[in-house]
Each structure stands twice: as C-alpha cells, then as structure tokens.
Unconditional design. Structure first.
Ligand code: ADP
Ligand code: MG
Length: 358
C-alpha cells in the first residue's frame, strides 16, 4: 500500500510546523523521517495517520493506496501506530494487550475467540515472545515492551505501519538489537512503513530511503548512500555525521579555502562569491611530504586512538581546528606525534555557496 502526501502545511497558532511537504512512499518501503527535534516529523506522521489535519488548500492531499483519505478518520485508515513511549495497558497481560485492537472492533468485523487466539499466538511468535503471553508489561524489559507495542499495532492488519521514535527511550545496545530485529521483521512482512528518528545511524542502517527534515520542510529525499555521500544541502551534510567547515570564496571557477584551492565544476553568476567547504573527518589524510595535491600545514594537538578509528585533532596556521579520522592501519604507518607539524590533504570535499553547490 503506497502513501502519498502533497503540499502539506500545518500551522499551530502562528507557528508553521510543516511547510509545503510532499512525499511518496511506495508499497513495501521502509522510510525514515530523520531530523532534529522540532523539525515536524511527528506532525507529518500524525497527519498521515489521520490524528491531525493539515492546513486547508486546493493542492493538499493525503493518499493511502492511491485513494484520498482526507474524509476518513484515523480509525478508518487502517494505520498501525507505535509511539515512542510504549503505551501498553498495565493491567492487561501481553496477550490481552495484543488482542485489544481486535476485541475492540465493531461486532460485525470482530473475529471470533478462536481466531483472535490464533492471531495473537502468531504475533507472539513473530515478535519472539511466544512464552511471555501471560506476563504483565511491568515484568518485561523495555525492548520486549516495545515489541509488544509493535505486535499490538500489527494485530489489526494495518495497511501501513507508522513508528514514532519507536526505540527512542531505550539504551544504546537494546536499540541496536531492535533495529536489526525490525529490519528482519520488515523483510518478512513487507508492510509499508514510515518511522521517525533523530538518530542518523538508525535511519541509515534501517531505511531503504531517508527523508531529511529541518524546520518543517524536506531538505532531501534519497537512499542512505545518497543522503550521506551526496548531501543536497549544508544542513544535510552537517546533520549526517561529523564535518569540518571552512569559509572561503569561489573565484573564476576556483574555490579558495585558506590553504586549499579546489577546482569547481561551475562558476557562480558573479566573479567572486563567498562559499563554504565541508569535508568529513575520514576524508582528510595526514602526510609528511606533499603528494602533489593541495595540502595545508597543521600542528597535531590531540590523538585519541581508542575506538574503531583514530581521531586526530589539529590546529591550522590560521588558528582553525580540524578533526581527522584515520584507520588504525594508517595511524600505525604515519604515527603523528603530539605537537608535530604535518600536512593535511583532502578528498570528497563539498562546496556550497548561497545558490548552488558542487
Ligand atoms: P519533531 O517530531 O520533529 O520533534 P513535531 O512535529 O513534534 O517535531 O513538532 C514540530 C513543531 O511544532 C515543534 O516546534 C512543536 O513545538 C510544534 N507543535 C507540535 N504540535 C503542536 C501543538 N499541538 N500545538 C502547538 N505546537 C505544536
Ligand atoms: Mg517527534
């Protein structure tokens, strides 16, 4: 079942929480809405679910399975919703929690007792809690509770599954395990799903497409690879991982950023324009002799080698600080010493000006 929203804006009082958002999610996709707190992710999810209505407008549409659902309330949209804070019923067993949505259906649609039992048993297997049906939520771990919340959402056989920071309140290791688990589950049941997160690692690892949001609008939609390696805007570049930033200028097709000069593909309208260069720490390298590419001189300030890569903090002659990430192999080879003067080369730098980027 596809999801499509067109030209969605949402105003609370005078505050614009969403500004003209359009998005299409194909059947079977697992899409992440990624953005900082307050960027409008939950608002967009609630509008898809029918829990909120968008500002009126002639082009405004919310479509599920190609059908305009503006007139349908949340109940009729057959949407499964999982919230950040697992709102399980504390006085009900796991089994009864999962069965709740089915038992609450109007008489004509409600399955009989046997069917409900069979269905809940299957869901308990799916979330790998087949032996815990009789427990109460307080007797479960946070990760188990969140899986029950997911099973409860799936019980009514929703057309789409919407998850609002489903792992937000859990600790790091449990989050990682649940992430893998959710991806496998999605591969198994292939239900069109949209999940909200402010955690870039979670979005890149789980989703097949990522929607990067900022201040109520979409900055970029793309595969995890695209948003990470070809960020469309400065915001996306900064939000998805660490960056070093340098202020400089574009002059006659050349980007001049302190010690680095970069050939750019396009010129600006003007002869000269302010520009910013972004480069990720792992795209910088430490050299002792120039390799023919533009290099900057810098002094090693700090080395931190515990972790998957070695982090080296340096100071440029201009006084700016710089973070370089080396593989352990490269670090052993170069072994930069504290206080040593070295050369820094860069690759995969991205240059942004006011009106275009390369
Ligand atoms: P996110 O989920 O990305 O953190 P939200 O969609 O929850 O962001 O909120 C976006 C903005 O809209 C926030 O600044 C929030 O304060 C505001 N907002 C959300 N819901 C309401 C509401 N019911 N009334 C007033 N402001 C709201
Ligand atoms: Mg939110």
């Amino acid at each position: 079942m596809s999801i499509e929203v067109c030209n969605i804006s949402k105003t609370f009082g005078r505050f614009k929480a969403l500004r003209d958002v359009s998005l299409r999610v194909e059947s079977g996709e697992l899409v992440a809405l990624l953005g900082p707190s307050g960027s409008g992710k939950t608002t967009l999810l609630r509008i898809i679910a029918g829990l909120d209505i968008p500002d009126p407008g002639t082009q405004v549409q919310v479509r599920l399975n190609e059908e305009d659902v503006a007139a349908h309330n949340a109940r009729n949209r057959r949407v499964g919703f999982v919230f950040q804070h697992y709102a399980l019923f504390r006085h009900m067993t796991v089994f009864d929690n999962i069965a709740f949505g089915l038992r609450a259906l109007p008489r004509g649609l409600r399955p009989d007792r046997k069917t409900i039992h069979l269905k809940v048993t299957k869901l308990l297997q799916l979330i790998q809690l087949e032996n815990l049906g009789n427990r109460y939520p307080s007797q479960l771990s946070g990760g188990q509770r969140q899986r029950v919340a997911l099973a409860r959402a799936l019980a009514i056989e929703p057309q789409v599954l919407l998850l609002d920071e489903p792992f937000g309140s859990l600790d790091a290791q449990v989050r990682k395990d649940l992430r893998k688990w959710l991806r496998r589950l999605h591969e198994e049941i292939q239900i069109t799903s949209v999940f909200v997160t402010h955690d870039q690692e979670e979005a890149l690892e789980l989703a097949n497409r990522v929607v990067v949001m900022n201040e109520g609008h979409i900055e970029q939609i793309g595969s995890p690879d695209e948003v990470f390696h070809q960020p469309a805007t400065e915001f996306v570049m900064k939000f998805l991982g660490n960056v070093n930033l340098f202020h400089g200028r574009i002059e006659d097709g050349r980007g001049i950023f302190g010690p680095w000069e970069i050939q750019t593909e396009t010129g600006t309208e003007k002869d000269s324009a302010p520009a910013r260069l972004f480069v990720r720490p792992h795209d910088l390298d430490i050299l002792r002799e120039s390799d023919g590419t533009p290099v900057a001189r810098a002094t090693v300030q700090r080395v931190q080698s515990a972790g998957p890569c070695v982090k080296v903090e340096l100071k440029l002659a201009s006084g700016e600080t710089l973070l370089v990430e080396l593989s352990h192999e490269r670090y052993r080879l170069m072994h930069p010493e504290m206080g040593e003067n070295v050369l820094i080369s860069l690759r995969n730098a991205r240059v942004f000006t006011e009106d275009y980027h390369i």
